[in-house]
Design a protein around this ligand. Structure first.
Ligand SMILES: [Zn+2]
Ligand SMILES: [Zn+2]
Length: 62
C-alpha cells in the first residue's frame, strides 16, 4: 500500500494519505488507482483533481 503526504482540505494541514485497495477496477489494466484517503479523517481525494495535482507535485519537488 502506498503512503503519501498531501495537504488535506478537511484537516487543513499536511497529512498522510493512504491508498486503499482499489475496488473500482482502476488497477486492472496495470494503471495506478487515483483515489487516496486521508489517514486522519478519511477524506478521499482523486489525484486527477486539478486542485490536488499541483500541490502534490510541489510537495515532491521540495
Ligand atoms: Zn481505484
Ligand atoms: Zn484529513
Amino acid at each position: 500500500m502506498s503512503v503519501s503526504q498531501w495537504p488535506c482540505p478537511t484537516c487543513g494541514d499536511d497529512t498522510e494519505f493512504v491508498q486503499p485497495p482499489c475496488v473500482d477496477g482502476h488497477t486492472e489494466g496495470g494503471a495506478e488507482c487515483p483515489e487516496w484517503a486521508c489517514a486522519d479523517c478519511g477524506t478521499a481525494i482523486v489525484t486527477g483533481d486539478a486542485a490536488v495535482l499541483p500541490a502534490a507535485a510541489a510537495a515532491r519537488a521540495a
